[in-house]
Ligand binder design. Structure first.
Ligand code: NAP
Ligand code: HSE
Length: 439
């Protein structure tokens, strides 16, 4: 039996905003539980911030020193673990890199860093035998990182699908249920501490793409080139489409999805992966994920379908995930940073979006005139697209009528070519709007 360490785990906390403040509260509130689970205390020795003079709503952990100098954390030999809760890529990346060099373990919630520059850090941590944990980086309180890295290692994962951005889901839910304006809902999400420092990451889909990149690594053991991922967010989404989708029995959700396609033996997995707003049938669990909640559906060849649901953002839900990683560090668990053997991950093969197959919802603003429906059907037929349902609304505002239809399964390439035909034939009063349809 190995001897259990009983000396306090000394923490250097980089970042004392929403999540850092939540962590300070939890360390205090759950101190006895931490001792029961690890046999040790956790002590925050130093807290790094950008602006030391800023008024803060949460008190500094007892005995902690505030600093604006990263070296006070990285170069302090008493600090065992650096908890990075600053966000951003460059400064956060260099402090983690330096802390690894200085022999520290790392806990981070920084999905942007992990998705865009994380491979080098994971490789370095692996080489040096350091723990680098990141449960809070994906889906807040939902323990999906641990599930993929540990509990589901007996499964081959065919599909991962989820709602991975709390801010966008909050905005879409408020627009759907209360008819709230996009910008008002975004402001509320910012006030509640859900949004990123730069909220365009949330609404343009990049935050969900960061998280999906991390899940892909964990599920398939490959590096997915983040810049190759097709990403479309919810900016400019119209309440008309939310309303019309409801009439067809669907909700619009920002979906992150990865599917493994057939691969030749010995080749890296071929993956179809991306982030996009999609219509989700109201009977599916994903359609019922409201507010700041996130969800992840995982299909495994042994487990079948699994559905994880919980708070995807906010101070305590996220801090709880950070604390779970700290408990693992305090227990000195063996580094298992990617869930796969070896320091290097090979690169996934990317399926171009043009080849993806899906059903579509399409809204065209057209003239209410004889022959329009015939011409539209012609444009679709030219690309082999079969229409499943069509509705036409009345011309209330003089911008033409919304002609809305759902298609049977087709490729993205065929859909964009067919829509180009409608444009070339002068049928459109406004650019076409189209979304994938799930289930
Ligand atoms: P936040 O509220 O904006 O707090 C960031 C903290 O880091 C602040 O204390 C800030 O200092 C400090 N900081 C930022 N840049 C710094 C720099 N260059 N040098 C020193 N200190 C710096 O952010 P947050 O919402 O807590 O998010 C932190 C991390 O957790 C991010 O990676 C985010 O993506 C991730 N995350 C957040 C949530 C959430 O719900 N908020 C959920 C999951 C993951 P000042 O206080 O002086 O400005
Ligand atoms: N801004 C992120 C979101 C925080 O809204 O989901 C949680 O990662």
């Amino acid at each position: 039996m190995t001897e259990q360490c009983s000396k306090p785990l000394v923490i250097g906390l980089a970042g004392f905003g929403t999540v850092g403040g939540g962590l300070a509260r939890l360390l205090e509130e759950n101190a006895d539980l931490i001792r029961q689970r690890t046999g040790r205390d956790m002590v925050v020795k130093k807290v790094l911030v950008r602006n030391a003079g800023k008024a803060r709503s949460v008190a500094l952990p007892r005995g902690a020193q505030l600093t604006t100098n990263p070296a006070d954390l990285t170069d302090d030999p008493e600090i065992d673990v650096l908890v990075e809760l600053m966000g951003g890529i460059e400064a956060a990346g260099s402090i983690i890199d330096r802390a690894l060099d200085k022999g520290k373990h790392i806990v981070t919630a920084n999905k942007a860093l992990l998705a865009e520059k994380g491979i080098a850090l994971l490789e370095k941590a692996g080489r040096l035998g350091r723990i680098l944990r990141y449960e809070a980086s994906v889906a807040g309180a939902i323990p999906v990182v641990a599930a993929l890295k540990e509990s589901l290692t007996g499964n081959r994962i065919s599909t991962l699908m989820g709602i991975l951005n709390g801010t966008s889901n909050y905005i879409l839910s408020e627009m759907t249920s209360s008819g709230l304006d996009f910008n008002v809902a975004l402001r509320q999400a910012q006030e509640l501490g859900y949004a990123e420092a730069d909220p365009t990451l949330d609404i343009d889909g990049h935050d969900a793409a960061h998280k999906l990149t991390i899940l892909i690594q964990l599920a398939y053991g490959v590096a997915y080139p983040f810049t190759a991922m097709p990403v479309r967010g919810i900016r400019g989404l119209s309440s008309m489409d939310i309303r019309l989708a409801r009439e067809f029995g669907y909700r619009i959700k920002l979906i992150a999805q990865a599917r493994q396609c057939a691969t030749q033996d010995g080749r890296a997995p071929r993956l179809e992966a991306g982030v996009f707003p999609a219509l989700v049938h109201h009977t599916l669990l994903l359609a019922r994920v409201g507010g700041v909640y996130n969800a992840v559906r995982v299909e495994g060849n042994a487990a079948g379908s699994l559905f994880f649901h919980g708070r995807g953002a906010g101070d305590l839900p996220t801090a709880g995930a950070v604390l779970a990683d700290l408990v693992a560090v305090a227990r000195d668990e063996r580094p298992n940073n990617t869930g796969f053997v070896g320091d290097r991950l090979e690169t996934a093969e990317v399926v171009p979006p043009a080849e993806w197959r899906s059903c579509y919802y399409v809204r065209l603003m057209v003239d209410d005139a004889p022959g329009v429906l015939r011409d539209l059907a012609g444009c679709m037929a030219e690309e082999g697209i079969s229409m499943a349902q069509v509705i036409q609304k009345s011309d209330e505002e003089g911008h033409g009528v919304p002609l809305v239809f759902m298609t049977h399964e087709t490729t993205e390439k065929a859909m964009s070519r067919a829509l180009q035909h409608t444009l070339d034939r002068g049928m459109l009063r406004e650019p076409a709007v189209y979304f994938r349809v799930l289930g």
